[in-house]
Design a protein around this ligand. Structure first.
Ligand code: ZN
Length: 195
């Protein structure tokens, strides 16, 4: 795809503009550790990527091309029946995090670089999720840090030595816990949630 093929052009220089998802593209929002790893895995296959001041990455994908994703720390932003979701899009020449609010094009738009192939992105993010968050855990668990239930638990440790069970964190707080020995984690998983 050439730049001239873009049906959409980002806002002119002036500032970040809130644009609705589902009009020109859907977006995939990914929290920093998984997003960074995903970007690395995608390498030259990535399209343009926006990064906000929290380090969160946003890939633009074809409308309606992602459904049923269950990856920790990843959200597909698409048009919903009852609600409009906006994405902050920086001007095309904001390619450094030095602008107001730090939102910028982490991977700039350019000839041949715009939307990312949804299937390749899904594969890269699934691999990144596994690398960063370890074995996938089903069901809802309480985050040890914020004490809120999470549907995307990350196993972060074993509690209380040999009699304890698994300890979980939400995708947001998991990076605060250092990686444990996978065998210890699997053993904790077998024992079930800690009390
Ligand atoms: Zn949490």
């Amino acid at each position: 795809m050439k730049a001239a093929d873009l049906l959409w052009t980002p806002p002119p220089s002036g500032g970040v503009e809130a644009l609705p998802v589902g009009k020109w593209w859907d977006a995939v929002r990914v929290s920093p550790p998984v997003g960074e790893r995903g970007l690395e895995l995608l390498s030259d296959d990535t399209g343009a990527v926006i990064q906000d001041s929290y380090g969160t990455l946003y890939w633009l994908i074809a409308i309606g091309s992602a459904a049923g994703w269950h990856l920790r720390g990843t959200r597909v932003l698409c048009e919903l029946a009852d609600e409009v979701t906006y994405l902050g899009v920086p001007p095309v020449d904001w390619t450094e995090p030095s602008h107001k609010g730090n939102t910028h094009w982490r991977v700039p738009l350019g000839p041949g670089r715009y939307l990312t192939d949804t299937r390749l992105l899904r594969e890269a993010l699934a691999a990144a999720d596994h690398i960063e968050h370890g074995p996938r855990v089903e069901g809802r668990q309480l985050c040890v840090r914020c004490q809120l239930p999470t549907d995307e638990p990350v196993l972060v440790g074993a509690e209380g030595g040999s009699i304890g069970g698994a300890v979980y964190a939400c995708a947001r707080h998991a990076p605060e816990y250092r990686r444990h020995d996978p065998l210890v984690l699997l053993d904790a998983l077998r024992r079930g949630p800690g009390v």
